[in-house]
Design a protein around this ligand. Structure first.
Ligand code: HAM
Length: 422
């Protein structure tokens, strides 16, 4: 039996990776524009980090982690997301001591969740995420959302919706939590096992339940926005005012809770509104986390961030018919006529590459016609043609394959001639 990739993972062949490179380049560039610096953390971490960071009662920790014991008996987990790792690194390296605050970081890399695979949901996916740690001011919440929207807009996407909510501070959440427990208690027995066991521990999670989504009690559940204390509600108003000032449209959805436990105050998601996008319309999500850094042993410092997956970004590009500019063509193909010319061809190709010219040659001993065909297939602008006579004279014929113009050029001047163009 042939061995295939594990379920929920995929190979990216060269036609696909080219698109990824275009996207990654764009995202790296945006990060520079917004002044975020790259951080790289390990693919696996101690399991405890996610249990404490992401939250014991979340689906991610309860059902979706790839957890294993290493040969030293330590429990490790393939990272299901990036925020907890960045927070850990921030604490471990005492980045809060650095004068540059807030600390603005970004990352890009694979994440792993044992989920039921479907379009837009895989077991290995690639997140691009940012974390701005060390400021609890509404302007930075708006910056993170502006950045998130720009990731799509810079690639030409238009059918987007920014959905925001506030989960309030600790006191507001506590008041809302109690109201949720009171609300769901009478119907507890109707709810799924997960909801029943989460009711007392973390009732907010019930609002995120995929099983009981349509239960009547879900629709009438108390809204967090009615439980925000004055400080939280002022904060939320200021965030919205910053978004307005930046001309960023949004809708408030009081049912938006997010699937991770660390959120406080601002929570948001970006949805695709493109027709034919598929069942999962969330492109990315994020929010503020006020207790996370402390939870993993750091100071009482708040951060905000978001993450998108490139897989869903690609789906959105497909749904909106956006073509990414991907020029795979080469500049020059060197055609050798006769055995001796093969050595000269190697020499010329090597010279061209050293000069930064995208060049290639034949490695299958093709006839001249076949070599021209290869040049054509590779989209080469120029062909360099060399035979015995040319070698004897230290020259080669350089042909512009787009115009048909041809020149005889001294071999050592070929790179210059091609770079200048004719
Ligand atoms: P999240 O909502 O769990 O948040 O994931 C963020 C994004 O990752 C999703 O909106 C989606 O684009 C993508 N994603 C998640 N799971 C999958 C999957 N199985 N297949 C494909 N794409 C997926 C977080 O991970 C937070 N760490 C975001 C954040 C950063 N909050 C603050 N800072």
């Amino acid at each position: 039996m042939n061995i295939h990739v594990p379920r929920g993972t995929e190979d990216l062949l060269p036609e696909a990776t080219k698109k990824w490179q275009v996207i990654e380049e764009k995202l790296n560039h945006l990060a520079q524009i917004y002044n975020y610096k790259e951080i790289r953390t390990p693919i696996f971490e101690r399991t405890e980090l996610f249990q404490r960071g992401v939250g014991d009662t979340t689906d991610i920790v309860q059902k979706e982690m790839y957890t294993f014991e290493d040969r030293g008996g330590r429990s490790l987990t393939l990272r299901p997301e990036g925020t907890a790792s960045v927070a850990r690194a921030y604490v471990q390296h005492k980045i809060h001591g650095s004068p540059e605050q807030p600390t603005k970081l970004y990352y890009i890399g694979p994440m792993f969740r044992y989920e039921r695979p479907q379009q837009g949901r895989t077991r290995q996916f690639t997140q691009f995420g940012i974390e701005a740690i060390g400021s609890a001011k509404p302007a930075i919440d708006a910056e993170v959302m502006a950045f998130a929207m720009d990731c799509y807009q810079a690639l030409g996407l238009k059918s987007l919706k920014l959905v925001i909510n506030s989960l309030g501070d600790k006191d507001s959440r506590e008041a809302h939590r109690n109201a949720l427990i009171e609300h769901f208690k009478p119907v507890k027995d109707d709810l799924c096992q997960d909801c029943q066991s989460r009711l007392e521990k973390n009732p907010l999670r019930l609002l995120d339940c995929k099983v009981d989504r349509d239960h009547e009690a879900m629709k009438t559940a108390p809204s967090i926005l009615d439980y925000l204390n004055e400080e939280s509600s002022t904060y939320f108003e200021q965030v919205k005012k910053h978004l307005d000032a930046m001309g960023i449209a949004y809708v408030v959805d009081e049912t938006l809770v997010r699937g991770l436990d660390y959120y406080t105050h601002t929570a948001f998601e970006i949805m695709s509104e493109a027709e034919g996008f598929g069942a999962i319309t969330t492109l990315s999500g994020g929010g503020r986390y006020s207790g996370l850094i402390e939870e993993i042993g750091g100071p009482d410092i708040s951060g905000i961030g978001f993450a998108l997956s490139i897989e869903r970004l690609l789906m959105a590009l497909d749904a909106e018919g956006v073509q990414l500019d991907q020029d795979e063509s080469i500049d020059c193909y060197v055609i050798a006529i006769g055995d001796e010319a093969k050595y000269t061809s190697s020499n010329i190709v090597n010279q061209l590459r050293k000069e930064g010219v995208k060049a290639d040659q034949d490695y299958l001993d093709k006839k001249v016609k076949g070599q021209f065909k290869a040049a054509d297939r590779l989209g080469a602008t120029y062909a360099v043609i060399i035979g015995e006579e040319e070698i004897a004279n230290g020259v080669a014929n350089v042909k512009n394959l787009k115009t048909g113009d041809q020149k005889t050029v001294e071999i050592k001047h070929i790179p210059k001639e091609i770079k200048t163009g004719f």
